[in-house]
Design a protein around this ligand. Structure first.
Ligand code: FJE
Ligand code: FE
Length: 293
């Protein structure tokens, strides 16, 4: 018997993300992590935030995964328990490896009118869950672009597109691409055969795979897992803006309690104790309060 690998991944699901409240009065649309899109190994969550600067995400911990904040409009301030702080503006990226522990605050700059961006949570393989925390921060101008043709711009946040490579170090092999396509364009994005992946549509319409599955704003379109090494994407009578996210599944057990993601119940229990008693990576959590929340 011969198994044929199809030329392009196809779309197996299209799920609309409606607005909901998260953090403290923040409005988000949850993509990965919503009930219909659980267990998208190695991804744990993707939130699109788009609102005025009223809500935010005051002091909270993380352990065992990475948070990737990518701003589209407006500015978010962040500050952590080790004194690391700054502002993420339009087009900027913060790739935060929480590892053994980060406590931080993420709050919109109050003078902004629109705060728009994405936060992706990527699970870490068990050998990296307790690594030292690390930040990889890139300003918009430091993120490389591929322009395979006029009217198509691909920002390469992680991975590679049309020969353009990101310098971001991914402990979990990940591709993160921001596509802006004018109408009536077609591209073919390569993807490793073993990666799972999806497109999250921000604006307009795109048509994906040989069957030209229609992707619309605020929808998550998940890729078939058939080993195909390309994804065909085209636009018709509208421009499109979307992110293309893919990664190597970890295939390890996931025990998640909110902002802590480990492999076993015991590790989650130990994490509560470490956080409560400020040890094993949470030393600086003792009596820490952010100045921005
Ligand atoms: C969190 C609830 C949360 N999406 N998008 C529980 F909302 C959060 C959290 C975020 C978050 C932060 C930003 Cl800047 C953007 C987000 C959820 O911080 F960590 C837990 N545990
Ligand atoms: Fe956070």
């Amino acid at each position: 018997m011969t198994l044929l690998t199809p030329p392009s991944r196809s779309i197996i699901k299209s799920i609309l993300s409606k607005e909901q409240s998260e953090g403290v009065g923040a409005k988000i649309r949850r993509s990965i992590g919503r009930p219909e899109l659980r267990n998208h190994d190695p991804f744990l969550m993707l939130d699109e935030f788009d609102s005025d600067p009223t809500g935010g995400f005051p002091d909270h911990p993380h352990r065992g995964f990475e948070t990737v904040t990518y701003m589209l409009e407006g500015q978010v301030q962040h500050e952590d328990f080790a004194g690391h702080k700054g502002t993420i503006g339009p087009g900027d990226l913060q790739w935060m490896t929480a590892g053994r522990g980060i406590v931080h605050s993420e709050m919109p700059v109050k003078t902004e009118t629109r705060i728009h961006g994405l936060q992706l949570w990527i699970n870490l393989p068990k050998e990296h869950k307790m690594c030292e925390p690390q930040y990889q921060e890139l300003r918009d101008g430091q993120i490389p672009r591929a322009t395979p043709q006029d009217g198509v711009t691909i920002k390469v946040i992680a991975g590679e597109s049309y020969g353009v490579k990101s310098q971001v170090y991914t402990r979990t092999p990940t591709m993160y691409l921001d596509f802006r396509m004018e109408k009536n364009k077609a591209v073919t994005q390569t993807i490793p055969s073993t990666f799972t992946g999806f497109i999250y549509m921000l604006k307009g319409k795109a048509y994906i795979g040989d069957k030209e599955f229609e992707g619309k704003a605020h929808h998550t379109l998940t890729f078939s897992e058939d080993g195909a090494e390309t994804v065909k994407i085209q636009t018709k009578d509208e421009d499109a803006h979307f992110v293309f996210i893919a990664g190597e599944p970890l295939k390890e057990p996931i025990v998640q309690h909110g902002p802590f993601v480990m492999n076993t119940d015991k590790e989650i229990y130990d994490t509560f104790v470490d956080y409560q008693y400020a040890k094993n990576g949470f030393e600086r959590a003792r009596n820490w309060r952010s100045t921005i929340a």
